[in-house]
Design a protein around this ligand. Structure first.
Ligand SMILES: CC(C)(COP(=O)(O)OP(=O)(O)OC[C@H]1O[C@@H](n2cnc3c(N)ncnc32)[C@H](O)[C@@H]1OP(=O)(O)O)[C@@H](O)C(=O)NCCC(=O)NCCS
Length: 317
């Protein structure tokens, strides 16, 4: 068995097979179009790879890696920028399951990525199948809670200073406060735009309008969000609120935008930075996250356990 990088033809063939897991409600052809479009996005062109576990000519399992920025505090107290690899789309065809192929793929991949230079900080994934499968390969999970707010008509967006369009993201993202912790992952503007590219792709393929804005600002507080058309949700990708009033204004704007886009609710991932505010917002309910369990495998000593790392929704792959 060996781990290889997929050719373009193998990637298209894999899209056809993985449609069973992630394609709905798109047709196989639409899903292949979605995948081709996302691979052409600048963030993917910079650091996306498709991996195959091969046995002779047969693909036993596959996954993708996407490179992202992470920051580790050095001995002088300053954060040093490095990279981590996000793993997505781990897949074994139904007839081949239960023979340890996904586990072997994860182990060989970690070995390969750990040997790359410059050395990466960590491997990261968001499990839809719970923790045990990935724990075997050295990943630890972090708690995963969501806050749901119903979309609401009649809410005004006048309490925010501005609604944002795609082009505003780099500036606003650059102004957001980062966590004061030894290690954190922080999306680049291109990584955030990848979520908006997904939104653009689904809007086009499903013939539905995009939300009128991808975020809002009030004072020095900002929220960035994207539509998840498949789940009828507006998901908050990043949020930096300086006060309860700001958080309420931003989330009310999100609820109004969601309603006008025909979505049923707004979902905010719980993080140390969002919890103090969202817990006090009327109508917000805390729900154990269904899927997307953040899991981290350090690739160098000195990294904190996953439970002490922040995972904003914008990191999801
Ligand atoms: C999850 C998946 C990749 C596992 O592939 P595999 O080659 O069978 O994996 P392994 O043989 O290494 O490990 C199988 C283990 O995964 C567990 N597993 C598989 N699907 C699971 C699920 N939906 N929920 C919980 N555990 C699951 C099995 O119970 C098995 O555990 P066991 O060995 O203790 O019995 C495969 O089932 C798949 O492609 N599923 C559809 C796509 C998907 O959900 N991918 C994961 C995204 S995070």
């Amino acid at each position: 068995m060996e781990l290889v990088l997929a050719t373009d033809t193998q990637k298209a063939e894999r899209d056809r097979v993985t449609h069973a897991a992630w394609g709905s409600p798109l047709t196989v052809e639409q899903f292949q179009q979605r995948e081709a479009r996302l691979r052409a996005h600048p963030w993917c062109r910079e650091g996306m790879r498709t991996w195959l576990l091969m046995d002779g000519g047969q693909v036993l399992a596959s996954c993708e890696t996407l490179r992202m920025d992470s920051y580790l505090r050095g001995p002088d107290g300053a954060h040093v920028k490095g990279t981590s690899e996000g793993i997505a789309s781990v897949f074994t065809e139904e007839a081949l399951r239960g023979h340890g192929h996904a586990t072997r793929l994860m182990d060989l991949l970690a070995e390969r990525v750990a040997g790359e230079t410059p050395p990466h900080h960590a491997l990261l994934l968001f499990s839809d199948v719970g923790a045990p499968l990935y724990r075997r390969s050295g990943y630890q999970e972090a708690p995963a809670w969501d806050w749901h707010l119903p979309a609401a008509g009649g809410l005004s967006t006048h309490a925010v200073d501005a609604l944002l369009c795609d082009g505003d993201v780099p500036l606003l993202l650059g102004q957001m406060r980062r966590p004061d912790v030894p290690f954190y992952l922080w999306p680049s503007a291109a990584q955030v735009d990848w979520h908006l590219e997904r939104e653009r792709a689904y809007a086009q393929l499903l013939h539905r309008p995009r939300p009128e804005a991808c975020g809002a600002t009030v004072g020095r507080s900002t929220a960035l969000w994207a539509m998840m058309a498949r789940y009828d949700q507006l998901v908050v990708l990043m949020m930096d609120a300086e006060s309860l009033d700001d958080a309420v204004a931003l989330l009310e704007a999100a609820r109004g935008v969601a309603h006008r886009a025909g979505l049923s609710n707004v979902v905010l991932w719980e993080e140390p930075g969002t919890l103090p505010w969202v817990a006090r917002v009327a109508d917000a309910t805390r729900v154990a996250r269904d899927g997307a369990l953040p899991m981290l495998r350090p690739l160098r000593p000195g990294l904190p356990p996953a439970a002490r790392v922040d995972f904003p929704r914008a990191l999801w792959v």
